[in-house]
Every structure is written in C-alpha cells, then in structure tokens.
Design a protein around this ligand. Structure first.
Ligand SMILES: Nc1ncnc2c1ncn2[C@@H]1O[C@H](COP(=O)(O)OP(=O)(O)O)[C@@H](O)[C@H]1O
Ligand SMILES: [Mg+2]
Length: 273
C-alpha cells in the first residue's frame, strides 16, 4: 500500500477536485483505493458523490479517543472507500489541531491499521499548508502532489514553502492545475516557478483549466465521462496513468529488493483491521 498526499500552499488550487478524480480513475484501473478527507472543509465527500456533507469522520475520532477513525466509512459508486473529516465547530477544530500537534504519529498510526493489498493506494486530501493536517499527510506520504495554479499568489507561496515541503516529504511532485496557456501572465509565472524549482522538480504534470469541471461537479458527474475527449479529461487520465505506473514501479522495486518483507494480508472489504 502506498500513500499519496495532495497538498498546496494556497486555497482553492484543486486539491479536493484532483483527489476525487484520481481516486475514481485509479479505482477504475482496478486498484483498491481509500480516500481520506484530512481537511476541516469536509468537501471531499461531495466531490465523490455523497449527497449530504457527512457529519462524522476523522475529526470525531480526534475529539474522542474512544471513537475509531474509520467509524464513518463510505463507499462511492466506483468502489472508492472514503472517510470524511466530519463537521466541526471552530472550537472543536482547534482541539483537533491541538491533538494532531501533540501526537505527530496520529495519522501514521491510523494508516498502519489499514489492511489494503500491496498494490492498494490511500489518497490524502489535506488542509492548506501549513496546517497540522498537511504536516501529518506529508510525513506519511510515499509521494506528495503539490497542486498549484500558475498564478502569482499560489506560486509565490509555493516557492516560499518549497524547502519545508521537501524536508517534510522527500518525494514531491508539482502538479500545475487550471493551466490556460493563452494567458501571458500564466506563461510568465510558470517560467518563474520553473526557475525557482530547478531541474530537480520538473513541471511535467499539468491539468488545463476547463470551465466544465465545476459544472460536472454541480451535476454530480465526472468531466472525464461527460467530455472524455476534452484537454482536461485527457490531462486527468494522463495523471492517473502516471500514478498507476508509479505505483506499479514501486511494487516491482519492492519485489526486486533482495530483502523482501513478509507476505501481505489478503484483501478485505473493510479498510481497517
Ligand atoms: N482544472 C480545473 N479547471 C476548472 N476548474 C477547476 C479545475 N480544478 C479545480 N477547479 C475548480 O476550482 C475550485 C476549487 O477547487 P477545489 O478542489 O475545491 O480546491 P481546494 O481543495 O484546493 O481548495 C472548484 O470550483 C473546482 O471545480
Ligand atoms: Mg479542498
């Protein structure tokens, strides 16, 4: 099992949209996928097709040590297992953050309870970095996708936080979302970002802006089903293919290793042991 965190240093970059889309696209490629909403905005469930915002989830487990973190688990139409953050008041949100600060292994311990096959994947949607939720997710992640639109505020905050992000997760990739190449400003910002990142972090993963993306969400459908030949659908499929290949390569590397670990537990319906 691999954990992939979606993080960003600005709000509204597309973390939740991409987490949901990639969860569904990887599930459709035959992978067992668990999606965790680790953001008090609690919106991932809506993206995954759950009608009402779920009231209980990870937050209630953070607030009450007697509640299992996976007590509220959902499965969407594509078979993605999903645990919401849950609804929290401002005061409760502060308590959740305090517990996460006091217990830096909280999310890691939770993920260790998952009984996914070795080719399974956990996708972690996160609150905007810096936050306790993003820190936890980066700490646990085998790969972090740092989502940014090619816009000045998002890219300036990303460059300012880059060293901290790299220190938190060694395997970081930048995903440029809402790309509109006809805009001169975006081209300039991308050039600035590319120079700041250097050769170590190529801007290879890109998802174009498509005004139909929020419209598909509003209809409760997927852009890649509504308009499979659109540029953004092509980009999302390409990103899912890239992740699928990365997951496969991680598996091969593990099998090729001279000291292989013990056999994994058999597949189970319940994500928790
Ligand atoms: N590639 C895209 N093209 C057009 N709109 C997008 C794209 N990606 C995300 N959006 C829209 O941007 C808004 C913010 O996305 P969201 O995933 O909620 O961001 P975050 O989780 O980072 O706060 C949503 O309305 C979403 O539909
Ligand atoms: Mg979000």
């Amino acid at each position: 099992m691999k954990a992939i965190a979606l993080v960003s240093t600005a709000g509204g970059t597309g973390r939740t949209t991409l987490t949901a889309a990639l969860a569904v696209l990887l599930a459709r490629r035959g992978r067992q996928v668990v999606a965790l909403d680790f953001d008090p905005q609690n919106l991932l469930g809506a993206q995954l097709g759950i009608d009402a915002l779920p009231t209980t989830g990870l937050a209630q487990a953070l607030l009450d040590a007697g509640t299992a973190w996976h007590a509220s688990t959902w499965r969407n139409a594509d078979g993605v297992l999903f645990v919401p953050y849950g609804q929290v008041s401002v005061a409760d949100s502060t308590h959740c953050d305090a517990r996460l600060a006091a217990e830096p292994r909280w999310l890691g311990d939770a993920l260790a309870e998952l009984d996914l096959p070795e080719d399974g994947v956990v996708l972690l949607d996160t609150a905007r970095y810096p936050s306790q939720q993003a820190e936890h997710a980066l700490r646990c992640a085998d790969l972090a996708l740092c989502v940014t639109p090619p816009e000045p505020v998002a890219c300036t905050t990303l460059v300012a936080r880059l060293a901290a992000l790299r220190a938190a997760c060694a395997n970081l990739r930048i995903v440029v979302n809402r790309l509109h190449p006809a805009r001169d400003m975006q081209r300039d910002v991308l050039a600035m970002l590319g120079a700041a990142l250097g050769d170590g972090l190529p801007l290879a993963q890109r998802v174009h802006l498509d005004v139909a993306m929020p419209e598909s969400f509003a209809r409760g459908t997927w852009l890649f089903d509504d308009a499979p030949h659109s540029q953004a659908s092509h980009d999302l499929q390409g990103l899912a293919n890239w992740l699928d290949a990365w997951l496969e390569a991680s598996l091969d590397a593990r099998h090729d290793a001279p000291l292989a670990g013990p056999a994994m537990a058999p597949r189970r319906e319940d994500p928790s042991s």
